[in-house]
Design a protein around this ligand. Structure first.
Ligand SMILES: O=P(O)(O)OC[C@H]1O[C@H](O[C@H]2O[C@H](CO)[C@@H](O)[C@H](O)[C@H]2O)[C@H](O)[C@@H](O)[C@@H]1O
Ligand code: UDP
Length: 950
């Protein structure tokens, strides 16, 4: 693919939006000289890309008329915009019509918005049937709805349940039509499914568990018994959502799945269409993996969420818990970016939700709100107002809040007739027995306290079991002195944000549970409390009521700034933008599976070359494959690594050829290489190149500056612990690393133990150490940071070139091995020069010349230094490797010239063979399936006859 083509295709992914694409293409044309993605149009880094997109969004927003909620409600005609048109005179009518048409024209010119399918259990409206064919649609209360109503920059459609059972065809048709006007698409769930899926699995199992409340106490056994059927209903319901999404999906749409109700959805969607852009966001906390692992369906749920491209949470804690559940329960690899499973990355990140703060601030000016404010002020004159607004849910800690308020009244008699607590408790999930019990419990406590502290004319607690309309709610927020949020756990808690947004003039105090996600955003201005500690909450109430004005102002200022700058629009835009970005990155990241090595061509070119370099791995390359070594009759045949018997002869011939230099580059320690290769005339590089010798000479150290080994003892203790408990596993202590190996142990058990070991390593012995962990197929290696085969090779080469006094330039290189992750840098060492606009990778410092072998320092320092210039981030390098055709520039030749003063490398592109053995994903140019093929190859090179299927 040509470079321009590549740029364009990346742009296509980056900016799905056609307007942005147009802009980008125009600029691309204007800047032909910008290679390798570094034009201002094509951002190089993810940060740049994000900033760019945001800029572009801002531009679009200022260009567009503010459509507000009207668009959501589908009002798109002059008549719906001008309700009073019948009352206008002709002139006014014409003026209004002209203005409308101008605006329409502008709108039609605007770039088309990206389609966003929001899939949530509940639609933002609930339907109430009014007649056979007619429906009344009401906005549903709840945080998710409030947040997404603020999102205006996408062409959004909702898919979800309308909260009503519609068994008849006519009802389904008419409701579908009514909802279409609101850009909503219904999923019809029957009563049985709602009962099992929503009331049962979602609200009786996942909800309490995710909020650390455990399964409902009384019917724990019943719940356990009904678990399977509820889970089956959950999966079925998710599949029904997926069917509706699939029916409405258009190519390029972003599908955003919400919440714990739909953990199965990402997998169902990807099974339909693997190219769908799927994001999943959890609005509740994600609990510690210790809680999640009690769920019988723990693995299935995690796996299906991981099918999404991007997984989002409100806080870093929740994201961390999720990643750790995936590593601990599924044994996958957690990376700073997310969770990786066989090369596929699911990005996991925190996206704290916000509110549409402007909507609340503007509402305060409305006459309906002002009327309410006046009314409430009169009603509660002479008393400070405390406010609680919660769904009547056990996670909200309503009983704890009321008990704390009781304690405050108990301890502060002078406040009894000077303060009132207004508790709005919105009924929710009323079919679930636990919620019914909670309602009675709260009523009982409120009644008791009002009986205790009330008078004939006033009670301390006003408790309402219903929701308020938006205007009344804003007015209440505005007149409140102290808001009290005591959630025992809460994903975020938007009530606290809304309260802050409405407090610009009063500057009241927010008492906020430290267990609400909001505590991490509003902690600077709020008084944080542990809701279980009633004494602490009561004391905080006293502190808040007596707080001086200047402290209130300062606290309010912090929170107001946060709430008004971290809005729901920003939240949704960031999530979708990240999702788009993640898809682009995934394209770049996906390492193509390299082709199989063309053995015949490799041999033929070897024969035609005059000065060849063979870099050979040892373990799983020159040895017999591990599975043929396994147990025989319960016996472990031989634990020592041995050169493949069929290789002895060919290898000897290759080593004896004066036109060939052979290096065995291995992770094994020196004695293993000594045992196997002392008789050959070759170079040995042990412990990943840390130690080097010509078989005729002595061992020398190539990278001594890296040897910080203070972590060894604690890692050793851990390895001993696991070796004791994993039959047939063993560990080796090397100069630069420790390797725990379970290749002779029971595979499944070994893997399980390895997972556990990794967890303990990260949190204990190596949490602060300069080490790399290399996970092999059946091993875990901890090694001093920077010791990689790629890092070693430039120094080794310098040494070889120097000592051999080569007269002819090297014109053929084969680098073949079963090299794991961090060692793959050896394959790219001989790759062509890559663009140097990118920041270099951190590389080990140059060795101290006094302590190292003279030749190594002489060459190594210069080579390392030069190589720095071409270092790329892995992602960028991979992208460049696979997407570009860059002219071959064998810079190593220049380096060698520098070293020796003469040309020692003359490597044509097709004379370089890097090849991974028994690995599917690799940075190498080629693959071979097993060490059997290495035998075939080396036999061929040595001039032995061989059977070749290539
Ligand atoms: O639809 P319901 O079962 O009646 O429940 C209403 C919503 O409750 C949950 O809200 C969560 O989302 C908020 C916004 O992100 C967050 O602030 C709050 O902490 C959460 O509890 C639930 O997750 C939603 O799906 C429900 O619609
Ligand atoms: O009478 C009411 C009380 C509350 N809410 C809204 O319900 C949401 C509650 O969201 P929160 O994140 O606090 O908790 P959730 O109920 O989602 O768990 C807020 O946006 C409130 O404005 C409402 O619409 N009517």
């Amino acid at each position: 693919m040509r470079e321009t083509d590549r740029r364009v295709s990346i742009l296509l992914f980056c900016w799905h939006d056609s307007w942005q694409l147009l802009q980008a293409l125009l600029k691309t044309k204007l800047m032909p000289g910008n290679k390798y993605n570094c034009s201002p149009v094509t951002p190089r880094t993810r940060l740049e890309r994000l900033l760019k997109e945001r800029e572009s969004r801002k531009f679009n927003q200022s260009f567009l008329p503010n459509e507000g909620e009207a668009e959501f409600y589908g009002n798109d005609s002059f008549f719906s915009e001008n309700e009073n048109w019948g009352l206008l005179n002709e002139e006014e009518f014409l003026a209004a019509a002209r203005a409308f048409s101008d605006r329409k024209e502008k709108q039609d010119m605007r770039p088309s918005k990206q389609r966003l399918l929001v899939v949530a259990n509940r639609l933002p409206v609930s339907a109430v049937r009014q007649g056979h064919e007619s429906w009344n649609l009401e906005i549903s209360a709840g945080g998710l709805v409030s947040a997404l109503l603020g999102v205006k920059e996408f062409d959004t459609r909702w898919i979800g349940w309308a909260g009503v059972n519609v068994p008849d065809v006519i009802g389904q048709r008419t409701l579908t039509e009514a909802l279409a006007e609101k850009r909503c698409i219904p999923v019809f769930l029957d009563e049985e499914i709602v009962n099992q899926y929503y009331n049962g699995y979602c609200n009786n199992i996942l909800w309490p568990l995710f909020h650390y409340l455990g399964l409902p106490q009384e019917d724990r056994l019943a719940t356990t018994r009904s678990f399977q059927s509820q889970f089956a209903a959950y999966k079925k319901a998710n599949q029904m959502f997926a069917d509706v999404v699939n029916k409405n999906y258009e190519e390029g749409d972003v599908v955003w799945c919400h919440d714990y109700h739909l953990m199965f959805l990402p997998q169902c969607l990807k099974e339909y269409n693997n190219k769908m852009k799927v994001g999943w966001f959890l609005h509740t906390p994600f609990p510690s993996s210790e809680i999640h692992r009690t769920l019988p369906s723990r693995s299935e749920l995690l796996r299906s969420v991981l099918a999404a491209d991007l997984v989002g949470f409100h806080t870093y804690d929740y994201a961390r818990h999720f990643v750790s559940a995936c590593t601990r329960i599924l044994g996958l690899e957690g990376t700073p970016e997310g969770v990786e499973d066989q090369g596929r990355l699911t990005r996991v990140a925190a996206f704290p939700i916000g509110i549409d703060s402007d909507r609340f601030i503007r509402a305060l000016e409305l006459s309906q709100v002002q009327d309410h404010i006046k009314e409430f002020k009169e009603r509660f004159a002479g008393r400070k107002v405390m406010l609680g607004v919660d769904r009547l849910d056990m996670i909200k800690g309503i009983p704890q809040k009321i008990l704390a308020f009781e304690k405050f009244l108990e301890e502060n008699p002078t406040w009894r007739d000077k303060v009132v607590l207004l508790q709005i408790a919105v009924p929710t999930r009323t079919d679930v027995p636990e919620y019914q019990k909670l309602t009675s419990q709260v009523h009982e406590i409120v009644g008791r306290i009002n009986g205790r502290f009330g008078t004939l004319t006033a009670v301390p607690i006003h408790h309402l079991d219903r929701s308020l309309d938006f205007h009344a709610l804003c007015a209440l927020y505005a007149i409140t002195d102290v808001a009290l949020v005591t959630s025992l756990r809460d994903g975020m808690n938007l009530v606290s944000y809304e309260f802050v947004a409405c407090q610009a003039s009063k500057k009241g105090v927010l008492i906020l549970s430290e267990f609400a996600g909001a505590a991490q955003s509003l902690g600077a201005g709020a008084i944080l409390v542990n809701p279980w500690n009633i004494t602490e909450v009561a004391a905080s109430i006293g502190y808040a009521l007596n707080m001086p004005a200047n402290e209130r102002e300062k606290r309010h200022y912090h929170n107001f700034m946060h709430v008004t700058t971290h809005t729901s629009q920003e939240w949704a835009a960031t999530f979708v933008s990240e999702l788009n970005d993640t898809i682009v990155e995934a394209q770049l990241r996906t390492r193509q599976v390299p082709p199989m090595l063309p053995i015949q061509a490799t041999v033929d070119l070897y024969m035609q070359s005059n000065n060849r370099l063979l870099i050979l791995g040892f373990n799983a390359t020159l040895t017999e494959p591990a599975n043929t070594l396994g147990r025989r009759g319960g016996q472990i045949r031989d634990m020592d690594l041995k050169l493949h018997p069929e290789l002895k002869e060919p290898l000897r011939k290759l080593c004896d050829d004066p036109k060939t230099t052979v290096i065995v580059l291995s992770g094994s320690d020196r004695s293993v290489l000594d045992d196997n290769f002392s008789d050959y005339d070759m170079w040995l590089a042990a412990e990943n190149g840390m130690f080097l010798r010509l078989t005729k000479g002595e061992w020398m150290t190539t990278m001594p500056e890296i040897l910080h080994m203070d972590w060894v003892d604690s890692v050793k203790r851990l390895f001993e612990y696991f070796t004791d408990r994993t039959p047939r596993s063993y560990f080796e202590t090397r100069a630069t690393s420790l390797v725990w190996n379970y290749k002779y142990a029971d595979f499944e058990f070994g893997r399980l133990q390895a997972r556990d070991m990794l967890q303990h390593l990260w949190t204990g012995p190596i949490s602060n150490a300069s080490v790399d962990v290399v996970q092999g197929g059946r091993s875990v290696e901890v090694r001093a940071v920077g010791v990689t085969k790629g890092a070693a090779i430039d120094r080794i080469l310098g040494e070889i070139v120097h000592s051999k006094e080569m007269r002819e330039p090297i014109d053929y290189v084969l680098c073949i091995g079963h090299f794991l992750g961090k060692d793959e840098d050896v394959y790219t060492f001989f790759e062509p020069e890559l663009p140097s606009e990118y920041p270099p990778l951190a590389r080990p410092r140059v060795a101290d010349p006094v302590r190292t072998s003279v030749a190594t320092v002489r060459s190594g320092s210069k080579v390392s230094c030069l190589k720095k210039q071409r270092s790329l981030s892995t992602l960028e390098r991979r992208a460049s490797n696979h997407l570009t055709t860059v002219a071959w520039r064998p810079t190593l030749r220049d380096k060698m010239s520098l070293i020796e003063g003469s040309s020692v490398l003359d490597l044509k592109a097709d004379h370089y063979f890097s090849c991974a053995v028994a690995r599917k994903r690799s940075n190498a140019r080629y693959l071979v399936g097993s060490s059997h093929e290495v035998v075939t190859l080396l036999k061929g090179m040595a001039g032995f006859s061989f059977q070749n299927g290539n």
